[in-house]
Every structure is written in structure tokens, then in C-alpha cells.
Design a binder for this molecule. Structure first.
Ligand code: AMP
Ligand code: FE
Ligand code: FE
Ligand code: ZN
Length: 287
């Protein structure tokens, strides 16, 4: 059966492989379809699509937008098949990146006030032109020997209970869904149970987000989890939603996650991709 991976990150955000490397890696891993879904940006897509031309592989242009619900829960919204020339969406990416820049400076100030010698230039260099995210701060802290690894960097400093945590997520999930849906993309709620498995909460979010254009749920994510997968499949079916799946590959920034198979032999059915395409064709949209 052909393999697919509809959630991946490159150096355009906090992944470690360039978009072209990512496409080559996917080809080597015998993956038929990948979606490039960098955080809050479409910057890696032209390079990935260009590389895909010389390999027999489909690259879906995508993104992953960080949002926060009214009741203060983090929600990541995936856009699949995003256009590159949609002005409202591109303005939104720009706005999100301005917010990130402000937050980056605040994280640096907090780390410095904790006595850590670090400056923004080091983090910018670590991100190497990509959208800066907390994993880049984490890598700098590891390189300096402040913490032993990425996980410690998040638990001591960067995670939501860390000493240098600064919230970001200026957008609501409804706004992200509105913009992505209006741009003609397929809108998927990423890893609904990553931070909690609160089914009744999710159940409440779904109808209102569907009104804002949400089409589907990411049922398969990073590692096999038959229990959560069954719950999400049932929810999707009951609400007549699409389903998607991907590894959330970040290259060496999350070495436990492999492209296509995730952390634990993840196996997203090829029919997931086929069904997403069928749904787009029904709406007269390209895929
Ligand atoms: P940001 O977009 O800057 O808020 O960073 C979010 C990214 O940080 C996520 O997409 C993950 O890649 C990463 N991340 C969040 N929490 C952790 C953690 N505890 N350990 C490692 N990486 C994490
Ligand atoms: Fe990430
Ligand atoms: Fe995410
Ligand atoms: Zn992701």
C-alpha cells in the first residue's frame, strides 16, 4: 500500500530538513504523498514543489496555524492545498510572524533575567532564515549547556509551565478556519488530543468550527494510538467530517519521529488522501 504523510515541518519553520531535503527523504522512504505544513508560513512550499517535479511524488502545499480557543486551549489548524497567491492568507502569515518576533524578544528578555547569557542573534542563526519557534530557543540552550536536551529546555524554560514561557497564538481557531476555507484549502484540526483527551470539549468545538469552514480531524498523529483514533474516527463520521493523518515530522529536531512512520510505525491509509481529493473535486477544487 502506498504511504502518505500529511503533516511535516521543514527549515521554513522548526523542522531540520530543508524543503527540498524533505521531499528527497520522502522519496527515499517510498512515500507517495506528503503535505508540507510549516508553522504559520508558506515559505517552504515553492522549494518543495520544485523538488517534487524531478521525483515521482506529490507535495500538497500546506501550513499549520497556531491558535488559541476562547477558553484558552491551544489548537493547531492545518490548511491543506493552500494557494500561494491569496492575499488575506499571506497578510495573516505576515501578521503571525510579527507577533512571533515580539514574542521572541520577550522570551530572550526572560531568559536573560534568569541569568542565562543568550541573545536573539543566536536564535536567529539557529533558525537559519526559517520562522523562529521555541525549538530553536531549545537548541541554543542545549548547545550552551544550560539544559541537557530539548525536553528539559521545554520543561524548565519554554513549555507553558516553564520560567521563560511567553504565550503567542494571537489568532482564534475560527479566524484561521475562515481564512483557510475562504482561500479554498482543506481545513483540518491537527492532533486534537495532543495536550488533552477531552472528548466533550472537542465535541463542543466541532459544530462552531465547522461553521467557520473546518472540514476534518487529524485522526492519525505521530504514534499509533488505536483508542484515540477510534474516538476521532467516530466523531468525524458523526459530524460528517473528513479525516487526515501525518507524523508531524521535524527532522533532527524531533529525532524520534520518522517521515512516513512517525514514532511508532504510524500507518496512515492511502485512502485518506484519496478521500480528501474526492471531497475537493466535489467542491470543484483542484487537488
Ligand atoms: P512555537 O510555535 O514557537 O510555540 O513552538 C511550538 C513547537 O514547539 C511545536 O510545534 C513543537 O514542535 C515544539 N514543542 C512544543 N512542546 C514541546 C516539548 N515539550 N518538547 C519538544 N518540542 C516541543
Ligand atoms: Fe513544530
Ligand atoms: Fe502542531
Ligand atoms: Zn506540526
Amino acid at each position: 500500500m502506498k504511504k502518505i504523510d500529511l503533516h511535516t515541518h521543514s527549515t521554513a519553520s522548526d523542522g531540520k530538513d530543508s524543503p527540498a531535503q524533505l521531499v528527497r527523504q520522502a522519496k527515499e522512504a517510498d512515500i507517495a504523498v506528503i503535505a508540507l505544513t510549516d508553522h504559520d508560513t508558506n515559505a517552504g512550499i515553492p522549494e518543495a514543489c520544485e523538488e517534487a517535479r524531478s521525483h515521482d511524488i506529490i507535495v500538497i502545499p500546506g501550513c499549520e496555524i497556531s491558535t488559541r480557543s476562547n477558553d484558552n486551549r491551544s489548537m493547531h489548524i492545518l490548511g491543506l492545498w493552500i494557494p500561494l497567491d491569496n492575499e488575506p492568507l499571506n497578510n495573516f502569515f505576515q501578521y503571525l510572524n510579527v507577533i512571533r518576533e515580539r514574542r521572541n524578544q520577550r522570551i530572550i528578555t526572560k531568559l536573560q533575567s534568569l541569568g542565562i547569557k543568550i541573545d536573539l542573534g543566536e536564535v536567529i542563526a539557529e533558525a537559519d532564515g526559517g520562522t523562529i519557534g521555541r525549538p530553536h530557543f531549545a537548541n541554543v540552550l542545549v548547545k550552551k549547556g544550560v539544559v541537557k536536551d530539548m525536553s528539559e529546555a521545554f520543561s524548565f524554560y519554554l513549555g507553558h509551565t516553564g520560567k521563560a514561557y511567553v504565550p503567542k497564538e494571537p489568532a482564534s481557531p475560527a479566524t484561521a478556519c475562515d481564512l483557510l476555507a475562504a482561500a479554498g484549502s482543506t481545513v483540518i484540526l491537527a492532533h486534537p488530543f495532543l495536550e488533552h483527551s477531552d472528548v466533550s470539549w472537542l465535541e463542543k468545538q466541532i459544530p462552531s468550527l465547522m461553521q467557520h469552514g473546518l472540514h476534518g480531524l487529524e485522526v492519525w498523529h505521530t504514534r499509533k494510538d488505536p483508542e484515540n483514533e477510534a474516538i476521532l474516527l467516530e466523531l468525524a463520521k458523526r459530524h460528517d467530517m473528513l479525516v487526515s493523518g501525518g507524523t508531524d515530522y521535524h527532522g533532527a529536531n524531533k529525532p524520534e519521529i520518522s517521515l512516513g512512520t512517525g514514532a511508532d510505525d504510524l500507518d496512515v491509509p492511502y485512502s485518506v488522501y484519496e478521500n480528501l481529493c474526492i471531497a475537493r473535486k466535489k467542491r470543484g477544487l483542484p487537488c
